[in-house]
Design a protein around this ligand. Structure first.
Ligand SMILES: [Zn+2]
Length: 183
């Protein structure tokens, strides 16, 4: 990565040996290792949800406003925003901190927002086997705000609904009204 970034600097017309840039390739390599931890394979996504509690609770559980930062794989610029996740338990629930960890896991990969939305929903569906899962991601993409159409603050909203959230309009409406309600 260090050699690669030095070449990128040269390609830009920069001098990678000038004082301010001399250690930049090393810093950038270290930073990408941190930002892309899920590529290392050290954690399996399934393992994040392995501690489950058997509970009779059949109403919607909503974890709103999970802040995340990920990297657009098309331009390698960040996209940042909030995830809202809900599920209706089957026979088990997970601790509150686990859902943000799932979001974080999928953020730490070269990503596109649509795929990240789907991956979060599919993992929860696969591991917890709930009656339904809903995931909404709202994010601002640096590749839109810094270049191209240059619309600062432009948001993209993506949604993945599974199970009851997909088939039952009332469930879906309850979820949407609660994530967008003033809190
Ligand atoms: Zn992009």
């Amino acid at each position: 990565m260090e050699d690669g970034f030095r070449m990128i600097l040269e390609g830009m017309g920069e001098d990678p040996n000038r004082e301010g840039l001399i250690d930049t390739p090393k810093r950038v390599a270290k930073m990408y290792a941190e930002l892309m931890t899920s590529l290392s394979g050290e954690t399996r996504a399934e393992d994040i949800l392995k501690t489950r509690f058997h509970e009779k609770y059949d109403e919607m559980i909503i974890v709103p406003d999970i802040q995340f930062a990920s990297m657009c794989e098309h331009h390698f610029l960040p996209f940042t925003g909030k995830a809202h996740v809900a599920y209706i338990p089957g026979d088990c629930v997970v601790g509150l901190s686990k859902i943000p960890r799932v979001v974080e896991y999928y953020a730490r990969l070269p990503q596109i927002q649509e795929r990240m939305t789907r991956q979060i929903a599919e993992l929860i569906q696969k591991v917890l086997q709930p009656k339904g899962v809903a995931v909404v991601l709202e994010a601002s993409h640096m590749c839109m705000t810094m270049r191209g159409v240059k619309k600062p603050g432009a948001m993209m909203v993506t949604t993945q609904l599974l199970g009851r959230f997909k088939t039952d309009e009332k469930t879906r409406a309850e979820f949407m009204s609660r994530i967008y309600a003033p809190r």
